[in-house]
Design a protein around this ligand. Structure first.
Ligand SMILES: [Zn+2]
Length: 141
């Protein structure tokens, strides 16, 4: 803890123990309360990144995006399209964790989540990550 020696005005850090308590009780030292740094308190902006709509790379996948204009944190989530997988995603920023909002999560699930990225093997062929998984993810349009 931080104390101020009353007589000299000098401030030093000392262990919080019986001696310190005694000096404070005797009025020789006084505790200096340190104010914690002010935490920024931004609210994340959530959305879905749709590579079809944006005309981005064909390798792009439908993703949940989040950003905070206060702390500048940006995140992209591409979980499996399930409540459990979505619940495991969260953005830590401004000293707190924000979960994916239900409206965004439900829309992500409804649209089948993101398509797996192609996997290029040393044999030269292009496969797809999580083959069996792909069937469930194919968008139904
Ligand atoms: Zn933030």
């Amino acid at each position: 803890m931080k104390i101020r020696i009353v007589k000299s005005g000098k401030e030093v850090h000392v262990p919080r123990d019986l001696n310190t308590e005694t000096f404070i009780a005797e009025g020789m030292w006084e505790e200096v309360k340190e104010t914690p740094a002010q935490q920024p308190t931004g609210e994340a902006t959530w959305g879905l990144h749709d590579p079809d709509r944006d005309g981005m790379s064909q390798d792009s996948k439908l993703a949940v995006t989040a950003s905070c204009s206060v702390c500048g944190t940006k995140m992209v989530f591409i979980p499996k399209p399930s409540k459990v997988a979505l619940a495991a995603c969260g953005m830590w920023h401004c000293g707190k964790r924000e979960a994916i909002p239900d409206a965004i999560g439900n829309e992500f699930i409804r649209r089948g989540g993101g398509q797996p990225f192609p996997v290029f093997t040393s044999a030269g062929g292009a496969g797809v990550a999580g083959g069996g998984f792909l069937k469930d993810l194919t968008p139904k349009r």
